[in-house]
Design a protein around this ligand. Sequence first.
Ligand code: RAM
Length: 883
Amino acid sequence: MTHFTVSDLSVNYRKNPLGIDDLRPRLSWRISAETRGFVQNAYQVQVAYDPDFGAEIVWDSQKVESDRSVHIEYQGPALKSRTRYYFRVRVWDRQGNVSAWSAPAYWETAFLSAGEWQASWIAAPPRSEESGDEPCDYMRTDFTLPDNVVSARVYATSLGLYRLYVNGVPADDTLFGPGWTSYNKRLQYQTYDVTSLLSAGDNALGCIVGNGWYRGYLAWEGKKEHFGKTRALMIQLYMTLSDGSERIIVSDGNWRVSSGPLRMSELYHGETYDARLEMDGWSSPGFADQDWAKAMITNPPESALVAQENEPARIIETIRPIAVVTTPKGETVLDMGQNMVGWVRFTVRAEAGTVVTLQHAEVLDRDGNFYTGNLRSAKQTITYICRGGEAETFEPHLSFQGFRYVKVTGVPQDQLLESFIGCVIHTDLEPTGSFRCSDELVNQLQHNILWGQKGNFLDIPTDCPQRDERLGWTGDAQVFIRTAAFNMNVVPFFEKWLKDLAADQEADGRVPHVIPDVPIAGYGSAAWGDAAVICPWTLYQCYGDIRVLETQYPSMKAWVEYIRAQGDDEFLWNTGFHFGDWLGLDAKENSYIGATPKDLIATVFYAYSTELLAKTAAVLGKNEDAKAYEGLHENIVRAFRKEFVTPNGRVASPTQTAYVLALMFDLLEEQNRPRTAKMLAEHIEENGVHLTTGFVGTPYLCLVLSRFGYTELAYRLVLQKEYPSWLYSVIQGATTIWEHWDGIKQDGSFWSDDMNSYNHYAYGAIGDWLYRVVGGIDLLEPGYKKIRIQPQIGEQFSWAEASLDSVYGTIKVDWSKQDHGAVKMDVLIPANTTAEVVIPANQGDDILENGERLDQMAGLLGMEQTAQTYILLLGSGNYSFTF
Ligand code: RAM
């Protein structure tokens, strides 16, 4: 009997995915072991066409001596298209015991070679618009089937957004297909298992296609058609019959097209739906579509078609409004109790022609009235015209809103509370982290960070989800990614976005400010474009998967070379447009840009990206590049010191952000670091324990303080309640992170309308410090193969607990203060990893584990002692320390 098992098999981070076009999928598993200190000594993977592994084995890795249990690339014969592959795993321990085979898991391939699409791109023929609005297209086809269909898959994509229906019901619960990519270069298609929706005899497929990101309004200049002018659809349905033969239904000129009740759908502006125009049964078989136009065949786009890369968006949860408010102006407003992203699903009973409107907003003004000023031109309005008769239920199709408050007209007050539901929509990322502590305000802060992530991870990482922006701002993504990787598994989400980043880079390596690129935004700013390097590196650190480095390497290198070509000195970056320390509080009156010199910030990021590129080259075995970029990095550091540090070692620009960056990225000589850290601490103290940092300095501020021995000050900064601070917004009732430290000022007035989001995750990057320093979960080797557990226990908290579902399994730290100054700390270390656990206890202090002295402890692999700490090297398992 062995006491370890293999479970949680995944493929490219997903459980049993359909429609993967990766030719070398990465297979991972987790191990549960009853005893401490489990290390995998060898593994065996088998891949087969059947879940019993009874017939042909497609690939047998044989027994491989290795402790790797994550991201093992499939290395068997070339995979076939549209095929399901089962795999199973068993592992050996160091004593030579072998586990049972795991339960099988699978992945199913999509199209693996060009030329498999037989379908045509189809579009609605041009029609004269009845009004200024543009009705969405309804497209349909009928077909008959024999009674022996055993499996059926739809592959579908569109120019625009689409919703697919099979025999009158949605094909599945996914939303916002085909997702947002750099459409003219890369376009995703989705795979649907529709086996259970088809039946013998008559069947139908229907699709609604709207503007979405492809053709709709984007950015702040009121422009549309950023990617193309014509909406279109392509669908291919494969059916396998019981005799093994195949049938295909494709989109072609026989499909029929019409407009319908959905009169307008825009991401920013909402939807207009006239239920009186509903066409009952339009996506069911036998619908009389003879009045519908014939679909037009259009030219295929030039973009590469790729299988969906990230998890789809879905309704992840629903929330009920907490109140109906009548404002001083007499408006009827629903309060959802949470700033959320998605839409409202509602049911009304009213006469035909009754117009119901829902307007969405994030905050009420200081008088308590409905306020939409900060949405700029985004209308976020649902207009629903009732059909009359029975109760009718509506929710938007191809548009989402960012809101806490909903102003409703056309519905009697008493129907509001029970028949309006908030549907929270975001990319269906696996939640992986939690952080809680004894301070309720900090717990609300963590809640706000998490909701900022939910609201802004809808297919791409956006700055904000409400105003006429909602774009993939690179800087915001870069500062938040490490925090994001605690809260959720973000690999497929960012892998997709980074491929678009690479696709949108110009030949000279410049990186647009927003990805997918919407050209009016511009390109090339320090700390924004550096997302090209920082994001892949962060993913590699947090998940230990080199694939993202391999894929992104040319893009990473091109970005560094772009910077190198900019400066008038090869080793400084002192030219071009930069956002600087965006929104820093030391900005001049009426400026958005903090006081830290832009060329200092730019040169810091030049150094940092070059350093990461050199490390990446080393990981990938590109030794020449590694050496060359190490050399470049040294030169940049030298140039930085010459330009931005006085001969005696003082950072020449005395701003918090300048100190933080110089320390964070090791740009100062060793002997000047403690002094600079002290100056930073003094700056903060002199400011009454307040920060002045913006987007660039804030994410690192507390990490730097903690690293240089000022954790106590970091705690005071985080617990600061006065403006400016993280808790200021919490005390003002925020339920997400604000763009501005003073989005709502102390007198209740707002920051100006032109740039004031209440759901902007950038400052939520403090989550990284909460997990790493308060919770104490950090990594020593990529993917948390070797973990560091070192909570820095603050005077102000009596307990804290943090957990992270790493690729190896759950890491958990839970500390609490006991009577008489003792601390209890429980630690969970997943199988096949080790951890360095740093316990803050003086020599001679008593440390007990489960009531026993440490030298009795199973799982202890080594121990070191310094004046104020015990450093224990531990194998996997559960531990409970008191000290
Ligand atoms: C704003 C965005 C974003 C920021 C840029 C510089 O428009 O909202 O957060 O990165 O400006």
